[in-house]
Design a protein around this ligand. Structure first.
Ligand code: SF4
Ligand code: SF4
Length: 501
């Protein structure tokens, strides 16, 4: 029986009463059609319509009266079939097909270049009010976690990298991608450790290095900050100086803004790419215009290597009240509104500017849509390895510091001892293994949401965390189609994950 595919995404085009867009969830097709064609197709959906899931699906365009609308011309019908919008597959057959596409894509992604996250310590010199790792520094029972990675562990880790690359069949000589994370990875006292990793990894083969850092001790790394050394930094600010200094404080309560700002200017002068991350909730959103002005007054907007992006603070750290938080979609809308009044806000990318840039690739360059699919949400499921100072290896940088949840450990000989159950758990979370996501028309564009947030908010690993994805995706596709990329903030990149404090 001919029916509308369960994976058609219907996108309204703002200001266009005549036409709309169809995007197909697994063929990657997109087409502009007359609204009556979209309504006809919607009326050809069979089976239970997807129920609203966690997040914001409320604005999903409503279905037409089932099967009651007149069909379009034969030519149009033929084209709708060819493009996958009309199908003879049953609902179950289509779901199986999507799962196969996701499985193949996931397999392909496992063989791509790996990402190494190196945590040289869990220690940090700040005591941010919302830090998810704070207990490690404030509870003496975790004091043993705060030591630095020993030199011998650096050698073992590098040996393990080569073995991991063999396992993933990474082509020999492929450049490595190394990110330092912590704790605070660029504490002044860690300089010998970082310098040693840069040198030894550089001897092993080509590599790029960057760090997610609080930026307070960067002056100790001045000579290592350059495009061939530590070439990029992600630094967090929590608002203009007054607000930041209430949240990102040293142990003695002093604020950290000025130290970070001076270091940031130094790093920009040295040609390092600096991406400022703004953690935003309802308490500091109104202060973003003041921060944008402050950035302009410091002259950061004149550097081509400077960008700013926003991320919502989630209430999964045991310290943030749910009522103060915003979803990515709410944050996106709030920033769009602020831009109407405050021109300097153009400097600050919205959470979905990255998605907008990705959607635009489809229309502008006729890129292969399959290259934009995501069978899983983030690297934790396909080729990201997080190494700590003790030789424990984790999948996700927000789930570390506890050997009970590691996916592997490095032996003294540099061999990798896998924790097969945990490794399999992380590697197998795809949209196909997630019973809700495999039915979702957005599955291969979304990837299934963050596993940590799914666990923290819904108590299950193999479940969805939508974060308003449906609304956000349709909005991005409509904007990209209408060519409104002029609204994309300076920090727009394909950055859709939520991690990295
Ligand atoms: S926090 Fe979520 S998005 Fe980030 S690495 Fe972990 S699972 Fe992935
Ligand atoms: S694929 Fe994404 S939008 Fe769809 S159900 Fe899963 S988490 Fe939600």
């Amino acid at each position: 029986m001919l029916r509308a595919s369960s994976y058609v995404i219907y996108v309204d085009l703002p200001g266009d009463a005549e036409q709309m867009l169809l995007v197909h969830g697994y063929s990657g097709a997109y087409d502009r059609v007359a609204r009556h064609v979209g309504a006809y197709l919607r009326s050809m959906e069979v089976g239970p319509r997807p129920a609203p899931l966690y997040g914001e699906w409320a604005s999903e365009p409503g279905p037409g009266p089932q099967g009651a609308l007149p069909p379009p011309s034969e030519d149009t019908l033929l084209r709708l079939r060819k493009r996958g919008y009309l199908t003879e597959k049953t609902v179950e057959e289509e779901e199986e097909f999507l799962a196969r596409v996701a499985g193949q894509h996931h397999g392909y992604m496992q063989q791509r270049r790996l990402t190494y996250i190196v945590m040289p310590t869990y220690d940090c010199n700040l005591r941010c009010s919302y830090c998810f790792q704070d207990y490690m520094r404030t509870n003496p029972a975790f004091g043993n976690l705060l030591r630095a990675m020993p030199q011998a562990m650096i050698d073992r880790m590098l040996t393990a990298w080569v073995k991991l690359e063999e396992r993933h069949r990474v082509p020999p000589g492929a450049p490595r991608n190394v990110t330092f994370f912590g704790g605070e990875p660029l504490l002044a006292g860690l300089r010998p450790t970082i310098e040693s990793i840069l040198r030894k990894a550089g001897d092993l083969g080509p590599a790029t290095f960057g760090a997610v850092t609080n930026g307070t001790d960067l002056h100790a790394y001045r000579d290592l900050l350059h495009p061939q050394g530590l070439s990029w930094l992600q630094i967090t600010l929590d608002g203009p100086p007054g607000e930041h200094d209430k949240r990102r404080i040293y142990e003695d309560g002093r604020g950290s803004y000025e130290a970070i700002a001076e270091n940031m200017t130094m790093a920009l002068d040295r040609g390092v790419r600096v991406a400022v991350r703004l953690n935003v909730d309802r308490n500091n959103i109104d202060q973003l215009p003041e921060l944008a002005e402050e950035m302009v007054s410091r002259g950061w907007d004149r550097y081509g290597n400077f960008s700013v992006y926003t991320a919502p603070i989630h209430a999964n750290n045991g310290k943030t009240e749910m009522k103060t938080t915003m979803s990515s979609w709410q944050l996106d809308k709030a920033i769009t509104k602020l831009r109407e009044t405050f021109p300097a806000m153009r400097l600050i990318a919205r959470p979905d500017d990255g998605m907008l840039a990705r959607a635009q690739r489809l229309f502008e360059n006729h890129a292969d849509p399959l290259s934009t699919f995501k069978s899983s949400f983030c690297g934790a499921h396909n080729g990201m390895y997080v190494f700590d100072a003790f030789g424990d290896v984790y999948a996700c940088w927000e789930r570390t510091g506890n050997p009970a949840i590691r996916i592997a450990s490095i032996t003294e000989a540099g061999d990798i001892k896998w924790e097969e159950n945990t490794d399999k758990l992380w590697k197998s979370r795809t949209v196909a293994s997630n019973p809700t996501c495999r039915k979702c028309r957005y599955a291969l564009y979304c990837g299934g949401g963050c596993a940590v947030l799914a666990m923290d908010f819904r108590g299950e690993f193999f479940t969805n965390f939508c974060d308003g994805f449906a609304s956000r995706f349709r909005d991005a596709v409509a904007q990209a189609h209408n060519g409104s990329l002029s609204g994309v903030g300076a920090g727009a990149q394909e950055r859709e994950s939520v991690c990295g404090t």
